[in-house]
Design a protein around this ligand. Structure first.
Ligand code: CO
Length: 160
């Protein structure tokens, strides 16, 4: 149907996680974990992004709760302007760098032009303007080429 779709994006493996911005991570965990009954991972500070996060696995997908820790970041402005709620969806792909090149050629506005270290591996964001209003994150599947270049000494999860 759409021959220009990059081959790697056509290979999108799965939804990796769905991220929700929250004002108070502990209060949000009280709902997702205690009321809905989801298992919750640990609360992990990501000082470089000025957020604290927690992942809650649901099948092979995770809910990511994101709490801004100051008001200087894009995610903090999102919370201030729109309130709590859906923030981004993350798709797993085999080769982020190749996808970014092809997506840029196809006119997609990139927030990250190269993979950068995320909480769970190499990630890059696409601008919602190019994604029908949804902030899209790509994460590279373990063993992909960005893992070796970003983590020459091996990957260590933040807080691990
Ligand atoms: Co994410």
């Amino acid at each position: 149907m759409t021959p220009s779709v990059p081959v790697h994006v056509r290979e999108v493996g799965r939804v990796h996680h769905v991220a929700v911005v929250v004002r108070d991570l502990e209060a949000a965990l009280a709902f997702y974990r205690d009321t809905l009954g989801l298992a919750a991972g640990p609360v992990v500070p990501i000082p470089s992004d000025r957020v604290r996060i927690a992942f809650l696995p649901v099948g092979e997908v995770r809910i990511e709760l994101v709490e801004p820790t100051d008001d200087t970041t894009g995610v903090a402005r999102f919370l201030a302007n729109r309130g709590e709620g859906f923030h981004h969806v993350c798709f797993e792909v085999p080769d982020i760098s190749a996808d970014l090149v092809r997506l840029a050629i196809d006119g997609v506005e990139l927030i990250d032009t190269a993979p950068r270290p995320g909480a769970e591996g190499p990630v890059a964001f696409l601008h919602p303007r190019s994604c029908h209003g949804v902030l899209v994150e790509l994460i590279e599947a373990p063993g992909g080429p960005a893992w070796a270049s970003l983590y020459p000494d091996g990957f260590r999860a933040p807080g691990a």
